[in-house]
Design a protein. Structure first.
Length: 400
């Protein structure tokens, strides 16, 4: 529960679901792992992949997962490079082609990941998201309309070409989904698979899943390109006065600790590493959500549109909304209302920043069982105002 100034307190309801330690269906999990691994590896592309100095040294060849970030980079170029604009608009057709056909690998594409249905596995986070969004293809449901708006009504885009979005909104919806939502969903799913495998005594399978989780997070070029969740973490911690790289170091250390836990067969330690990484992801996207609410206050005072700021806040929030809804369903409604419809201009005097900051700060306070504190969240630099926030201390459930 949180409050802003004199606003009434709201109760936070913790929902306790099936335990992460419950029995998994080995055959379903193995089927999904093999389906993703079937992407294959392009060795010639792998020669210049960045290695994070303090990152995980993978035991398995997971460059296929890393290299998908280069497709994200190519989509970003198509939508932001002015020299590639078509009729004064971003080159959405080329971005769609990269999404559908892939550019880096022969057998891999982002579309397959966006449409992947993991409902036959016991993956707590994926199930939580599917329930919250009411769909087993929640990422594709979200990204297909903005990607396909105005394109030929055929193939992947058939029936999805009408839409009212401005280019600035479309770009944010598409690119932030590609860079963040898809790879993080795959990474979290692989971490949860690793726990299942280790519970079943299959250390090799657990290590493969853990390595892939790391690969989806860092991407191919985390030190030189802004195309993976790894760089999002760096950017957001710098906005909140966090000492340079500290939050990122916590994530890297947890990946290393998780690999050690797999080697020793310690399920409890692997779950602890998983929870810390997941908690730090929640912090990153809570920071991002609040930052864009702050922009809305600035633009509201200027009586200016906020096509990209509203869209960016919404897509960042999408990555944590199901978790927030577990502990603060009313707060979830507040954040959704703030970022509703990017075509509606923000209004002056609405206090968007403090509305969202109250929800996000209390959410971060609920993550103590994940090894996360407010110190990792920090305080937004250049915020429009100081918010008076109080929380009731309820905690995010470890099992859901």
């Amino acid at each position: 529960m949180h409050a802003i100034s004199s606003a009434s307190h709201r109760s936070i309801q913790a929902a306790i679901g099936p335990s992460l330690n419950s029995s998994r269906r080995r055959t379903a999990m193995a089927k999904a792992v093999l389906a993703i691994a079937a992407f294959g590896v392009a060795a010639i592309w792998a020669q210049d992949i960045d290695e994070v100095p303090n990152g995980l040294t993978t035991e398995n060849d997971v460059n296929d997962a890393k290299l998908l970030s280069r497709d994200v980079c190519e989509m970003k170029n198509a939508l932001t490079d002015l020299d590639r604009f078509v009729n004064n608009l971003p080159d959405y057709a080329s971005a769609r082609d990269v999404f559908v056909d892939g550019m880096t690998l022969d057998d891999a594409n982002l579309q397959e990941l966006a449409e992947m249905d993991l409902s036959d596995e016991d993956l707590p986070s994926w199930s939580l998201f599917a329930d919250y969004y009411g769909s087993n293809a929640f990422i594709d449901d979200f990204v297909r309309p903005p990607l396909c708006q105005g394109l030929a009504d055929e193939g992947y885009c058939a029936g999805h070409t009408d839409g009212p979005l401005e280019s600035a909104s479309r770009n944010e919806y598409v690119l932030k989904t590609m860079q963040n939502w898809i790879p993080l969903t795959m990474s979290i799913a692989d971490m949860e698979r690793a726990i299942s495998s280790l519970e079943d005594g299959n250390n090799d399978e657990a290590r493969m899943s853990w390595d892939r989780a790391y690969a989806f997070y860092v991407g191919a070029d985390p030190l030189t390109e802004d195309c993976s969740p790894y760089t999002t973490t760096f950017k957001r911690e710098s906005n909140y006065g966090i000492p340079e790289g500290r939050n990122q170091d916590m994530i890297m250390d947890a990946f290393v600790d998780g690999a050690s836990a797999i080697e020793s067969g310690n399920v409890d330690e692997l779950e602890e590493a998983y929870r810390l990484i997941l908690g730090m992801h929640m912090v990153t996207y809570a920071q991002a959500t609040t930052r864009y609410a702050n922009f809305l206050d600035v633009l509201g005072e200027a009586q200016a549109p906020a096509f990209d700021q509203k869209a960016e806040g919404e897509i960042f929030y999408n990555l944590i909304a199901p978790y927030v809804s577990l502990v603060d369903p009313e707060g979830d409604d507040v954040v959704r209302a703030v970022f509703d419809d990017p075509n509606i201009d923000p209004e002056a005097g609405q206090g968007y920043y403090c509305q969202v900051e109250a929800v996000m700060r209390c959410f971060v306070q609920s993550l103590s069982e994940y090894g996360v504190t407010e110190e990792e969240y920090g305080l937004l630099e250049n915020a429009v105002e100081e918010c008076n926030v109080s929380c009731d201390g309820d905690q995010m459930p470890v099992d859901f």
